[in-house]
Design a protein around this ligand. Structure first.
Ligand SMILES: Cc1cc2nc3c(=O)[nH]c(=O)nc-3n(C[C@H](O)[C@H](O)[C@H](O)COP(=O)(O)O)c2cc1C
Length: 188
């Protein structure tokens, strides 16, 4: 079994989602000692944005980075993603990664009956961090967006581990983090 661990927070050691994604991966490692783990830090090692030169094949570096990113995703059975809310959605580094894994003919296709996801059978666990409270609110373009993206690719097993309101106060942050740790699901 292969687990792909992605982080995207720009806050380094002060990051809520990095702490939570690491805790989720540690839980999987403890449960499955033979688990293969790949790690991608999108803050330190970002995936290039989609450009015309890349799409046309003129930028060989972009083409190679896109292929590598897609291969990493396709090889994974479980994907753990540290996903902060940035401006009501996800960091642009995570969006750039999503642009590389949503590839027609590889992870989805259009048929006469509509879109069909081709990446089913994977499990996605998202460590979500938000400064404010957004669950169920119209301001939440992060969690519904991520559910839509992975659902579109055929992945219905998407679990969220949430720390919300972390900017309200240090006490609120500590409580939200403790609750998020307690909600980490057992590996299945
Ligand atoms: C660039 C930036 C944009 C942010 N935008 C929002 C936002 O729109 N709504 C919100 O509730 N929190 C926002 N926050 C706060 C983060 O969601 C919060 O700090 C969260 O803990 C980030 O996860 P991290 O600690 O893993 O970096 C933003 C933080 C940054 C750095």
């Amino acid at each position: 079994m292969h687990l792909l661990h992605i982080d995207s927070s720009a806050l380094g050691g002060n990051s809520v989602t990095r702490e939570l994604s690491a805790a989720i991966v540690a839980r999987w490692r403890d449960a499955l000692p033979d688990l293969r783990i790949s790690y991608r830090d999108l803050d330190l090692d970002p995936v290039p944005h989609v450009t015309g030169r890349g799409l046309s094949g003129a930028d060989a570096d972009e083409v190679a980075a896109a292929a590598r990113t897609l291969e990493e995703f396709l090889a994974a059975d479980v994907i753990v993603i540290g996903a902060p809310m940035y401006n009501f959605s996800v960091p642009s580094t995570l969006k750039a990664w999503i642009d590389r894994i949503a590839v027609a003919g590889k992870t989805f296709r259009y048929t006469a009956d509509g879109a069909q996801g081709l990446a089913g059978g994977k499990q996605v666990i998202i460590a979500s961090g938000r400064g404010g409270l957004h669950t169920g609110a119209p301001s939440d373009f992060q969690e519904p967006y991520l559910r839509q993206v992975f659902g579109f690719l055929g992945i219905d097993e998407v679990t969220f581990v949430r720390a919300e309101g972390v900017a309200y106060s240090p006490e609120h942050r500590a409580e939200a983090l403790a609750a998020a740790h307690a909600s980490i699901p057992e590996p299945v």
